[in-house]
Write a protein that binds this ligand. Structure first.
Ligand code: FES
Length: 104
């Protein structure tokens, strides 16, 4: 599919979450403190609710629906464990952040 524009680079800052959409797919960009920006599928693996209304404290993202907790550095589930968010490659191209979505 190649690289797709995701959001303006200036919207990102450490400790912040940015809800985005690319090719009709909900994406959440998390920039954990002490880390780098990462783009994850914004559908919760529990019951497919949008994570774009979740609570981000700079390290973890909490789903607003039932409180599942995810590590923003990896997307791994912290509570419960054994689940995780799908991550997509991102890059900066000029003033834009771009994402590489799956082929399918
Ligand atoms: S849908 Fe996210 S915790 Fe239930």
């Amino acid at each position: 599919m190649g690289w797709t524009p995701l959001c303006k680079k200036r919207l990102l800052s450490p400790g912040e979450a940015v809800p985005c959409r690319a090719d009709g797919q909900e994406i959440i960009v998390l920039w954990p403190e002490g880390g780098r920006p990462r783009a994850f599928d914004a559908r919760c693996p529990h019951e497919d609710v949008s994570l774009n209304k979740g609570i981000f404290n700079g390290q973890t993202l909490i789903c607003a629906a039932h409180g599942w907790v995810f590590d923003a550095h990896s997307g791994e589930g912290l509570s419960p464990t054994g689940c995780g968010l799908d991550e997509f490659p991102i890059r900066v191209n000029g003033e834009m952040l771009e994402i590489e979505l799956d082929e399918d």
